[in-house]
Design a protein around this ligand. Structure first.
Ligand SMILES: Cc1cc2nc3c(=O)[nH]c(=O)nc-3n(C[C@H](O)[C@H](O)[C@H](O)COP(=O)(O)O)c2cc1C
Length: 341
């Protein structure tokens, strides 16, 4: 039984700090589709059915992955506050919005890893700008794979050989299909923000203004501004101009054996851990999930890469060339209840 009335009780103020860290999690279109309920010895995490993306994510898969990252960030923040925690991922059949419980078991000393991962939470941001043309250290991949494996999530590097050809092709096909779909574009535009004080959605300052298709990279990032850009004439290129530097991102594919809510939460937890590990190593990252948005391209990826299980997440990572853009969050009071309010 968790100790109550002693040092392990988490009060409303401490939950506010933990949930502030949890809500720094990335979420699809920055929808922040989560709710939290703090009790003295546990934090319940729910998906918020009010903040869905019916066109892009009708099954709520990507939103539940987003909530899974928030679960992981909460656990990391608690461990850095010297709490022993356990996470139960067993969505409640009576309340399908309930996704996970972060239980506080007692006190323990925080170690260097706990502190380093917690310090990475406010430093992590989605970086869509081109990365420097420098390879990601090969040894880091093994560490990330082991991290993901701890949640029952497999991880593959798809930025090599045939896997890159297949993934890039499907990503491009999915992006093109999305741009042709007026419902997709309307939903995307509804989550774009021009107000610098916006507390949700994607600020236009966080997405590159140039056409992603014109970027010297194999990997096409999601185009948030398609249809809103004034066409530019191609830049004149002289015969002796050096070729533009081509970024060399590593692209990681995360997947699970199952494809239900519990698997999606676990995929999110693994994603959260991987992103914090990358940030702590000085790397930047951005999800690029177009090929996984639609059943047709998601299934083709599974077949053509002979995946055992289901693809859940694609993340490009590399060395940042520019400082990150900080994206807004809703106030904690909007998403946390503690029974005292
Ligand atoms: C499940 C999931 C899918 C995402 N897919 C994309 C994507 O395809 N392209 C992209 O640029 N960003 C993607 N993102 C990143 C979000 O847009 C980003 O997390 C959000 O805008 C908040 O910004 P931040 O990560 O900088 O805090 C995704 C994030 C999650 C969790």
């Amino acid at each position: 039984m968790p100790e109550q009335g002693g040092g392990t009780v988490v009060g409303a103020q401490a939950w506010t700090q933990v949930v502030a860290a949890a809500t720094r999690a990335p979420s699809i279109h920055n929808t922040q589709p989560w709710r939290f309920a703090g009790a003295p010895d546990r934090l319940q995490v729910y998906v918020d059915p009010e903040r869905l993306l019916p066109v892009l994510d009708p099954t709520h898969r990507q939103q539940i992955i987003s909530c899974g990252v928030a679960v992981e960030f909460a656990a990391v923040a608690l461990r850095a506050q010297a709490r022993e925690v356990a996470v139960d991922v067993s969505p409640d059949p009576v309340d399908p919005d309930h996704l996970a419980t972060v239980r506080v078991l007692g006190d323990r000393a925080a170690d260097d890893e706990d502190r380093a991962l917690a310090a990475a939470i406010p430093e992590r941001h989605t970086t869509r700008a081109p990365f420097l043309p420098q390879a990601v250290p090969a040894g880091l991949f093994d560490q990330l794979q082991a991290d993901a494996g701890g949640y029952g999530v497999w991880m593959e590097d798809v930025s090599r050989d045939d896997a890159e050809l297949v993934t890039v092709l499907l990503l491009n096909q999915a992006e093109e299909a999305e741009q042709r779909d007026p419902a997709y574009r309307a939903e995307l535009e509804a989550w774009l923000r021009t107000d610098p004080g916006a507390v949700d959605g994607i600020p236009v300052s966080a997405v590159p203004g140039d056409d992603p298709a014109a970027r010297p990279s194999n990997w096409l990032i999601r185009d948030f501004l398609a249809g809103q850009r004034t066409p530019q004439p191609p830049r004149p290129v002289a015969d002796d101009d050096p070729p533009p530097p081509v970024e060399r991102p590593a692209v990681l594919l995360l997947g699970t054996m199952g494809d239900d809510r519990a698997a999606w939460v676990q995929a999110g937890r693994a994603l959260g851990r991987v992103l914090l590990r990358l940030t702590a190593a000085g790397l930047a990252a951005s999800p690029l999930t177009q090929a996984l948005d639609w059943p047709a391209t998601r299934t083709r990826l599974q077949v053509e890469l002979s995946l055992v299980g289901h693809a859940q997440m694609l993340v490009r990572t590399g060395w940042p060339s520019t400082p990150p853009t900080v994206t807004g969050r809703r106030p904690v009071a909007e998403v946390l209840s503690t029974g005292t309010d």
